[in-house]
Design a protein around this ligand. Structure first.
Ligand code: GLU
Length: 502
């Protein structure tokens, strides 16, 4: 293995969406491969045909690419070690299975589901860990079934599976990069089914064969696969192959430290994409679920490039990693805060254009869709939005007339003479030539102070009339960006609808 080019893989089953845990596995495999100047490969594990979902493979790969995780070899890109879809490799598994049968490392089993279930229940009742009882182990492998019976069953076309024969009384030991030494006693290992009755291999068999033939140097996967390691290692031993190095990633936990579940939030990466999270924030967040740079580093925001440079399996922890959405939200805000304005313009323009197809704006389209206008909105709203799309959706008053006014705010802010004051102020606004924030502010103060009033008597109602809501960026700047015509129109329209409520 010395000097060998590093090869890692992500091996999803195409059963639906990409789980955030799957994204983390893919990311760590990718980061490690890239850090080591090696290759990252995608292999599709579709040997459980009943769970296969149409289109899932494309969606998985698309979601990974969205996150910036692009494979060097995959079913779509090809490569020298294909096919990369297990259902297209059945002949390969057949060949290796035959070798195990010939070498007495595997045997046919004709047990029915009912029989297996009965046996299982019996063992549970006896307080034993359920395991196949080896009823079909042939005589020449230490069992009781004569070869002639097995041949007869095969000739009659009886359905069967092929099981591996786990050696008795051996201990299987390996070194996990993250967990250190791990040991299993062979008495706890079941005679795993290698080939199912439908002629497809099981995950365990296919993945060992493929991991070897595809020359992976490192297997990085979730902790749930740790207990499968002894079976896999025995298979490597049967074939006389050197196993790859392995690293089992810590579990992902809900904030209450239970295993991450759908019940406590979204687990599909697609859900987060739909909500508007950016790939930068998600990748950054997922990278930190189990990995950190080490003591002395305060850094929390990492680009993919920095992650590639800094990632190491040695700095992945054993303890479960808490999936904290607050942290993701914080990261998303950091990215919005620091993203160059022109990049944000590119992101939000299509969102706005899509909104404009649905809703009519009373403002000149060439203005509100211009770069200069969007840049001004971004500068005012950058600190206030949680997602990029909110420059449009949460800030709709920059493009559309308010559809309603916050009732509570109206009740609180409208006095008997508010509408009269607003009407008078409209006349003043109409006289302002240079409609700048500073000018608007000066005129507003000149208008209210001599009356013995505070600026607030107009500030709040104005905000409600132009935006519909009682919070937002600096009022004077907002008015400047909206422009005189829009501001005046909205005030006049608003006071028609709103009046003082005693
Ligand atoms: N197909 C397995 C899964 O869905 C892959 C496990 C492995 O990486 O070996 O997680």
């Amino acid at each position: 293995m010395v000097g060998q080019r590093v090869r890692t893989r992500f091996a999803p089953s195409p059963t639906g969406y990409l789980h955030v845990g799957g994204l983390r596995t893919a990311l760590y495999n990718y980061l490690f491969a890239k850090k080591m100047k090696g290759d990252f490969i995608i292999r599709i594990e579709d040997t459980d045909q009943s769970r296969k979902v149409e289109g899932a493979q494309r969606d998985l790969i698309k979601t990974l690419e969205w996150a910036g995780i692009v494979a060097d070899e995959s079913p779509e890109r090809g490569g020298n070690f294909g096919p990369y879809i297990q259902s297209e490799r059945l002949q390969i598994y057949d060949k290796y299975c035959k070798q195990l049968l010939d070498d007495n490392h595997a045997y046919y089993c004709f047990a029915t589901h009912e029989e297996l279930e009965e046996n299982r229940q019996l063992q549970i009742k006896q307080g034993l860990q359920p395991k196949y009882n080896r009823k079909w182990l042939p005589e020449e492998m230490g069992g009781t079934i004569p070869a002639s019976i097995i041949r007869k069953k095969l000739d009659e076309g009886e359905p069967y599976v092929i099981r591996m024969k786990v050696p008795d009384y051996v201990s299987v030991w390996f070194e996990d990069i993250i967990r250190g030494p791990v040991e299993f006693d062979s008495s706890t290992i079941d005679d795993q089914v290698l080939m199912k009755s439908d002629g497809f291999p099981t995950y365990h068999f296919a993945s060992v064969i493929d991991d070897h033939l595809m020359e992976f140097t490192h297997i990085i996967r979730g902790e749930e696969w740790l207990s499968s390691m002894p079976k896999h290692l025995l298979l490597y031993e049967f074939f006389g192959w050197e196993p790859p190095k392995v690293a089992h990633l810590p579990l992902l936990l809900n904030p209450d430290r239970s295993k991450l579940s759908k019940r406590q939030g979204d687990v599909a990466v697609e859900d987060y994409i739909r909500k508007g999270y950016s790939s930068d924030a998600i990748v950054n967040f997922v990278a930190m679920l189990g990995w950190n740079e080490g003591e002395g580093s305060e850094q929390e925001v990492y680009s993919m490039e920095q992650l590639v440079n800094k990632f190491s399996l040695e700095r992945v922890g054993k303890a479960g990693a808490v999936f904290n959405v607050e942290k993701l939200n914080w990261l998303e805000k950091q990215y919005i805060k620091n993203r160059p304005t022109e990049e944000l313009v590119e992101v939000i323009k299509p969102v706005l254009l899509a909104e404009l197809e649905q809703k009519k704006s009373l403002m000149p389209l060439e203005i509100i869709t211009s770069e200069t206008y969007l840049e001004k909105v971004i500068e005012l709203m950058r600190e206030r939005v949680g997602f990029e799309h909110e420059f449009v959706t949460f800030s709709s008053y920059f493009y559309f007339e308010p559809e309603a006014y916050d009732d509570e705010a109206v009740k609180k802010r409208w006095m008997v003479d508010t509408n009269d004051l607003l009407l008078e102020f409209v006349d003043i606004l109409l006289t302002i030539e240079d409609f700048s924030a500073a000018n608007i502010e000066a005129h507003l103060k000149e208008f209210v102070i001599p009356k013995g009033l505070k600026a607030a008597v107009l500030i709040h109602p104005l905000r409600i009339l132009v935006s519909g809501v009682s919070f937002g960026p600096s009022l004077y700047h907002m008015l400047e960006v909206l422009g005189k015509e829009t501001v005046v129109r909205r005030i006049l329209k608003g006071i028609e609808k709103i009046s003082f409520q005693a």
